[in-house]
Design a binder for this molecule. Structure first.
Ligand code: 2P0
Length: 317
């Protein structure tokens, strides 16, 4: 009745921003990401023998605000009549700060809950359950470069290249450790309802996905960099042009972008991406990793630098 899992966050290079169906949490568009290896969420799920209140500890502290979403995910996997669950989660990086902690958390939760409930679920079913809880979490079930496609009423996922086939490094410039002012779910709704750029964003997503897919197939770093930076800035343009505006950046976010531009001007193989938070993720060839970390540490306002290679999908420990 108890299972322990581990999942890593993923960083989208072609982003998910907006839902076709809020009720079923179906994304408006496909997305493409890389799963990390050095950052992780480990989760223990234990079912009692009878129904009752669930408990959730994250890094040793109770998390009542996260509990409703966790409960819905457990109901989805184990049925509404399920026994009470005791969940303990540990995370080795800041949560709710634009570092995709919900992706690793719900990927780990779906994996552990399914096992603890005695189910033999395939990866796609677990990814779909994780995705109903948090859209980006579906991608953390798969290793390496992952494409999420949206069908008429469900998502499909595939690994386009494994970490061994194209080992890249992701360096994160942490510019703020606190949690974000507005949740992704709330901000996506505001964007869909109010940004004059939202429809263009959704319409143009297939061409970015196809460019990124081709870049990954050809292991073409420059082509991947071009489409990823463009897609990231387009997503933030949608956020900025929403009413009220959704601006996750701070001055250190911009300073880190400038550091990346300076490295690119010298010919370094690096590019940036930014999610629903102020942190800047810099993707590079592994041989550039030390230089990237040094440059980001020297950047004004950067409080920490984390580094990771690419890794596997969620698994039972
Ligand atoms: C992504 N983000 O593709 C995009 C880029 C943030 C910016 O997916 O509402 O926590 O739970 O489905 O998955 C963050 O949104 O949103 C996200 P919900 P989620 O990684």
């Amino acid at each position: 009745m108890r299972a322990i899992s581990q999942a890593q966050p993923n960083i989208a290079l072609v982003k998910y921003w907006g839902k076709r169906d809020v009720e079923n949490n179906l994304p408006a568009t496909g997305s493409l990401s890389v799963t990390l290896d050095a950052l992780w969420t480990r989760m223990s799920v234990e079912f009692d023998d009878q129904p009752g209140p669930d408990t959730l500890l994250v890094n040793g502290a109770e998390q009542p605000t996260m509990l409703p979403r966790v409960r819905r995910c457990l109901d989805d996997i184990a049925g509404a009549e399920r026994p009470a669950a005791r969940i303990e989660s540990e995370c080795n990086f800041p949560i709710a700060a634009g570092l995709a902690s919900s992706a690793s958390a719900f990927a780990a939760l779906a994996t552990a809950a399914s096992k603890a409930n005695g189910r033999r679920s395939d990866r796609l079913s677990l990814a779909r359950a994780a995705g109903r809880a948090s859209g980006s979490a579906a991608r953390s079930l798969y290793p390496g470069f992952v494409e999420l496609e949206v069908g008429p009423d469900n998502i499909n996922l595939s690994t386009l290249a494994t970490p061994e086939q194209w080992p890249l490094t992701v360096t994160v410039a942490v510019t703020e450790a606190g949690s974000k002012p507005v949740s992704s779910s709330a901000a996506m709704i505001i964007s869909r309802q109010t940004s004059p750029f939202y429809e263009a964003w959704v319409e143009r997503q297939p061409e970015d996905l196809s460019a990124a897919r081709e870049a990954v197939a050809a292991r073409d770093f420059a082509a991947l960099a071009a489409v990823a930076e463009h897609n990231c800035l387009k997503m933030h343009s949608v956020m900025w042009s929403s009413r009220p505006s959704v601006v996750y950046w701070n001055s250190a976010t911009l300073a880190a972008l400038e550091s990346v531009r300076r490295m690119q001007d010298r010919g370094d193989a690096v590019f940036f991406t930014i999610d629903a938070g102020p942190q800047v993720k810099v993707v590079s060839l592994p041989e550039m990793a030390t230089e990237v970390a040094d440059q980001l540490r020297k950047t004004a306002g950067v409080i920490d630098v984390l580094q990771s290679g690419l890794g596997d999908g969620a698994r039972i420990l």
